[in-house]
Design a protein around this ligand. Sequence first.
Ligand code: PLP
Length: 355
Amino acid sequence: AGIINFCANNYLGLSSHPEVIRAAVEALEKFGAGLSSVRFICGTQSIHKDLEEKIARFHQREDAILYASCFDANAGIFEALLTPEDAVLSDELNHASIIDGIRLCKANKYRYKHMDMQDLEAKLKEAQKHRLRLVATDGAFSMDGDIAPLREICQLAQKYNALVFIDECHATGFLGPNGRGTDELLGVMDKVTIINSTLGKALGGAAGGYTTGPKPLIDLLRQRSRPYLFSNSLPPAVVGCASKALDLLMESNAIAQSMAAKTQRFRSKMTAAGFTISGKDHPICPVMLGDARLASVMAEDMLNRGIYVIGFSYPVVPKGKARIRVQISAVHSDEDIDHCVEAFTEVGRKHGALP
Ligand code: PLP
């Protein structure tokens, strides 16, 4: 009967959208399979520049720069921007690529407790002695589906003269009234200075990442960011997909709204069934189970019922906080969502996760 995928980052279903696929085929035919070059030698075509311009417009920023992935965008930004006289303050649960990017830079490093504003303030006070301060956080955290308190972060940043950087991989395209992301959702688009995000999740799901922000910063990255300077240009088909995905999202937010309604349906039905779902309103819906073995056997049994989900346990999540991370997509039908909830209820009862 087929298996329904509930563990992809394909939040808007755009990776199988016919117009996105057609755009990739057209770009492939018109611009070739690849550039065999980094951007600054002979790896820049009109479509790369158009996509950068479109990304900046989408986020209402001055400019944007493409990378082969958001991992690269995160690996390349801190070292290019910060010197040993500066400081970076990072949420302890930030994505591995932010952590690696920060490791590569020579700035003074501060790690604040997850979304803990008191701790961030204490660290900002301590960091006053440095020339420049950058607060770095995921906009939405992928393991818990929780959203960074950006209003409070931006207030603190203003008070202590810091810049704010957000990683929007799990927000771009669907959070906020027009899908611009966490900064739009929380009304701080004019206060967040730098956004890094991916083209490999909601925006077509192929590959690629970017930084968007003030033009002088983007100019600096083009001169200094190592993953940009020393890695191959994005292939035309990938650029075509992302560009079409952004067109669709700028035309209408109907797809994002449909995903939000399905997320709501899943979260409320699962809660009514007796499960604890972490986070709020986000399509990442972690079904909290606690025990690692329980998460793994339940995920296996879900597959037997045609639902593809994965159990996460230590060291990916803290000890005793094992879970099955469900991800909702606009391509799921209401029937798919209901089928998933029914399967969870049956499997949860069978393994003692529900009474
Ligand atoms: N940042 C976050 C929060 C992510 O979840 C991911 C992907 O897992 C990345 C960065 C890396 O994105 P990409 O797959 O484009 O390298």
